[in-house]
Design a protein around this ligand. Sequence first.
Ligand code: ATP
Ligand code: MG
Length: 220
Amino acid sequence: MSKGSGVGIVGGTFDPIHAGHLAMAREAQRQLDLEQVLLIPAGTPWQRNPEAPAKDRLAMARLAVGCGDTIKVDDREVRRNRPTYTLDTLQELRAEWGADRPLWLILGADAFLNLPTWYRWEELFQYAHIAVACRPGYDFQSKEMAPALRERLSGGNLGTDPIMGSVPKFPPNGTIALLDIPLLDISSTGVRNALQHHQPVGDLLPASVLDYIESHQLYR
Ligand code: ATP
Ligand code: MG
């Protein structure tokens, strides 16, 4: 498989999308040399209840990425009229992109540590690699890590050194890589709280997203 042929997938509630999500997508693209990164807002996530409607979370994600062709928003999970499972999405993407192309599910450290609670999580590796971005307050080497996940991390790991510089030839799926991204203490929860308390959020998300939030009176 040629260099730069991988596809990254960033799932999330994006309630709302913020600079942490965008930094993770951009850094994954650079460090894993991805041809494309898909941001996939969850429609009806089975583990939580978003505050903003799916159509607004989708619209904000689209505004945040603009019209570039390497980072795109994919609305399949919003269109799906049933609870969202990442496994279904990866199966669909694998069928669409073919068997050989490296697919990367990109997760923040909190989501990664939570992975063993996901629906049939171990099967995710049959369809994709997982790339993990650090996040303030979450420790990859944590003793809290579920043993099955720790085993995965030591077994199918591409190394705890950040992937920089020359990109190895990746198989299509099955390993874990750690990304080197700056720690960004930004969360959608923090953004929602700040908005409710009329605190400034201009540094936390793109201006287009803030305009949308204001004009649609979200998170009041
Ligand atoms: P909330 O506070 O509502 O849970 P969030 O900021 O965690 O929102 P999500 O939509 O839940 O955003 O997360 C989507 C993905 O982005 C997850 O894999 C999460 O770990 C990752 N992520 C979110 N913010 C950051 C950040 N600041 N740094 C690294 N990863 C992040
Ligand atoms: Mg979250």
